[in-house]
Design a protein. Structure first.
Length: 229
């Protein structure tokens, strides 16, 4: 994810630059492969079908981060070869029921060793309104710096007019913040869907924003004092 997505160094819109510049034809085809010395396990119908500490991580532009496994260790599963790592193969993510890395269950893709989440208490102001009704106006916030993504402000729900919010059916998942719960606003009889989200049970690196709310600037009137990007 991080090296090739968002504004990562191998993405199509990197935040920084290489010096000397990489030739376009090289940059577009670049693949980065590295050892991943963590225990990766896969289960199907409750039974282990893969258990290795010899996985590689493959960073390829335009593709999600992926594992590559020694071909002999994945022989019981459907595979396709990894051209950048002879002798290693990919296993389709949905070929098994459950993926674990060092005991943590994974969803969608492997966690990236270059992806970092920093949650910092701050006095950056956040003001949120919906149809003229102010839901938040505070400088008691947490700013989240997440690799290759724009910074975001989160706020304690005690500082939000939660009477105007109701939980929606929408959900999403992040390997670094967990499952997200979404909230809609009801103001003057009008409903604005999914204006905010929160992470009720984040992993340890994101515990400072447990249960805190962040707001979608495309769905509300939002003033957020954020670092320039």
């Amino acid at each position: 994810m991080t090296l090739v997505a968002g504004r990562g160094p191998l993405s199509s819109d990197p935040a920084g630059r290489f010096w000397p510049p990489l030739p376009g034809e090289v940059f577009g085809e670049m693949v980065y492969v590295e050892p991943h010395p963590r225990r990766v396990q896969a289960f199907r119908a409750g039974r282990p079908v893969l258990d290795t500490e010899r996985a590689l991580l493959v960073h390829r532009r335009g593709r999600p981060l992926s594992y590559a496994f020694p071909a002999d260790e994945a022989a019981a599963l459907p595979t396709e070869p990894e051209p950048a790592a002879p002798g290693f193969v990919h296993v389709p993510w949905d070929a098994v029921d459950t993926w674990l890395e060092e005991g943590r269950e994974l969803v969608h893709y492997p966690p990236n060793p270059y992806h970092r989440v920093d949650c910092r208490p701050t006095k950056r102001r956040l003001r949120v309104a919906v149809h003229g009704a102010v839901l938040v106006d505070t400088d008691d916030t947490v700013v989240v710096f997440e690799t290759a993504l724009a910074p975001r402000l989160y706020v304690d729900p005690a500082l939000v007019d939660t009477a105007a919010l109701r939980r929606s059916q929408t959900s999403s998942y992040c390997n670094y913040k967990g499952f997200a719960t979404y909230w809609s606003a009801v103001v003057g009889g009008r409903v604005v869907d999914d204006i905010a989200w929160s992470y009720p049970d984040p992993p340890p690196e994101s515990l400072p924003i447990k249960g805190f709310l962040s707001f979608d600037e495309t769905r509300v009137e939002l003033l957020a004092e954020l670092p320039a990007t």
